[in-house]
Design a protein around this ligand. Structure first.
Ligand code: N01
Length: 523
């Protein structure tokens, strides 16, 4: 393979795959460097039992190719991980992407000098490119808690986001799951069905609403295809109904009926029923109480139900989970809930301050160093050797979540300060990829093949201030979760995604481009 490229893309998940396709269409030479042995990104790594997308399959698929949309059909409303991985492979084959992807190779460092990025990989290779594009995923840097004693554990342990390809047989085993976020809520019911005994270690209870999975309804499918374009300009990139009334505009009976309708329908739309559920604590409380009552009804033992009920934070400020049979799992005789902090791992299992719990397998569903973790895992150095880790020491700076001042010709797909994780990721990925491709095409047309583009420091500061102000306008500013770095000890507390809505954000990005890339410096 040649070592000099117009572009290097890091990551072959849905973002990197589509980026490669668009770069080729522009006539740019491109190499994608991927740590895994296959395409698929998060769906390559997250092979734990129960792993399933909590965005509907029809919505969680590319929209850029009518041919691929026509040729592919999903089997369920919410596809399971193996089917999504098959879809990623199908797209990669269909577009002949594989020949430009180097698998099993991790980028360890990248340095900018005089219009060129030099990229170093873990196998010691050195590659060069004019443009560097990260497609590393917002939730790919796994967080394994540094629990004392883990290295003394006699059994096996796994993180949900680094699941062994050969699978894990839980039959007849005593299993511990640590963590009850979206991954825990999916893996817990699946393990409970196999294990002799499952002990769940819960630090903070999550709010979860039912996915309501099932076969695809042909009428629904037709409706989706007819209406799909609307997702691009919607607040979240979803084809859900966004309520335009306050939760206080309606009678208590009407409000309850609306919550009930959305709960029964399933899916990501529960908190979109009224516009103020994420704006005021009073409105939020109404939705939270509705879910709390549901938990009480689903869990047989009232004491266990109370321990599973989240209190002390508004619903939605930790990402709302979607589940299939999560709460009733605690009605099984082989499942125990422990809601005390894990103090240490011992050879035979896990200890809390009160007791030791035996386990032969530990599953860490403990989440990710989100949004910035995978970027900062690489030693990225921009102009004059400026390190990204230093530049972002007090929190990330990014203009539109796309580029960072001091790092010319480096684009970050779904980077900090873009709507990313608050939206349907596929729609946000397509928006970023299309914007970056258009930007590179314009740059080459206007300034030649080695042109340089960089975020202006003033534009970046103003954008980050806007990101902060928008979060302040909502309840999100109070979020104690991975949205704001709260789950990683020592990580700066900054609300990372942009809450202003994908439709507005798209219009802003398009406007910036139409004004000659206002706020960027092009030379
Ligand atoms: O991670 P999380 P996740 N001791 O950070 C607990 C996406 N996703 O992998 O809340 C004990 O949400 C932690 O407790 P606390 C989705 O965007 C999507 O579950 O920090 N517990 C929490 O309960 C999601 O939001 C799908 O107090 C510890 C849990 O571990 C995101 O990925 C499926 C601990 C981590 O929850 C991340 O979800 C799965 C410790 N030391 C994930 N450290 C889809 O279906 C952490 N915890 C699309």
């Amino acid at each position: 393979m040649p070592r000099e490229f117009d572009t290097i893309v890091i990551g072959a998940g849905f973002a990197g795959m589509y980026m490669l396709h668009r770069l080729r269409a522009l006539g740019f030479t491109a190499l994608v460097v991927e740590a895994g042995e296959d395409v698929g990104g998060t769906w390559y790594w997250n092979r734990y039992p129960g792993a399933r997308c909590d965005v509907q399959s029809l919505e969680y698929s590319y929209s850029f190719s009518p041919e691929i949309t026509r040729e592919w059909s999903w089997s369920e409303r919410y596809a399971a991980q193996p089917e999504i991985l098959r879809y990623a492979r199908y797209v990669a084959d269909r577009l002949n992407l594989i020949e430009d992807i180097r698998f099993g190779t991790r980028v360890t460092a990248a340095g900018y000098d005089d219009g060129r990025w030099t990229v170093t990989t873990d196998d010691g290779d050195v590659l060069r490119a004019t443009y560097l594009i990260t497609a590393v995923g917002c939730l790919s840097a796994a967080n394994v808690p540094g629990l004392p004693g883990l290295d003394t554990f006699d059994g096996h342990w796994h993180h949900t986001g680094r699941w062994p390809h050969e699978g894990v047989d839980f039959t007849g085993k005593r299993v511990a799951v640590v963590g009850t976020g979206s991954s825990g809520i999916q893996v817990i019911p699946a393990i409970a069905e196999q294990a002799a005994h499952l002990t769940v270690f819960q630090r903070t209870p999550s709010f979860s609403t039912p996915a309501v999975n099932g076969p695809l309804d042909p009428a629904q499918e037709r409706w989706f295809h007819d209406n799909r374009g609307r997702a691009r300009t919607s607040p979240g990139g979803f084809l859900i109904e966004y309520g335009d009334r306050s939760a206080f505009d309606v009678s208590p009976q009407e409000r309850q009926a609306e919550f009930e309708r959305r709960w029964t329908q399933g899916g990501v739309g529960f908190l979109a029923g009224f516009y103020d559920l994420l704006l005021t604590e009073e409105a939020n409380q109404l939705a939270a109480d509705f879910v709390r009552d549901k938990i009480r009804a689903l869990v047989t033992d009232p004491a266990t139900a109370e321990r599973l009920i989240p209190t002390g934070y508004p619903i939605g400020l930790k990402r709302l989970c979607l589940d299939t049979g999560y709460y009733p799992t605690y009605n099984r005789p082989n499942v125990t809930l422990v809601d005390l902090p894990v103090t240490e791992v011992v050879p035979t299992g896990i200890r809390t301050a009160e007791a030791a719990h035996e386990a032969e397998v530990i599953v860490f569903a403990t989440g990710y160093d989100a949004i910035t973790g995978a970027l900062l895992a690489m030693d990225i150095r921009g102009r004059d050797g400026l390190s990204l880790r230093d530049a972002w020491a007090a929190g990330p700076g990014s203009y539109l979540g796309l580029m960072s001042a001091g790092f010319p010709n480096l684009f970050t797909i779904t980077g900090p300060g873009s709507p990313s994780v608050l939206t349907n990721m596929i729609v946000s990925i397509e928006q970023h990829v299309e914007w970056i491709a258009a930007c590179l095409g314009d740059l080459r047309r206007d300034l030649g093949p080695r042109a340089v583009i960089e975020a202006g420091a003033g534009a970046e500061a103003a954008w980050m201030e806007h990101v902060r102000e928008m979060a302040e306008f909502t309840l999100y500013a109070k979020s104690e979760s991975w949205y704001s770095g709260a789950n990683i000890p020592g990580k700066p507390r900054v609300f990372l995604p942009y809450v202003g809505g994908l439709g507005n954000y798209r219009a802003k990005c398009d406007d910036v481009a139409a004004r000659g890339y206002e706020g960027f410096i092009r030379t």
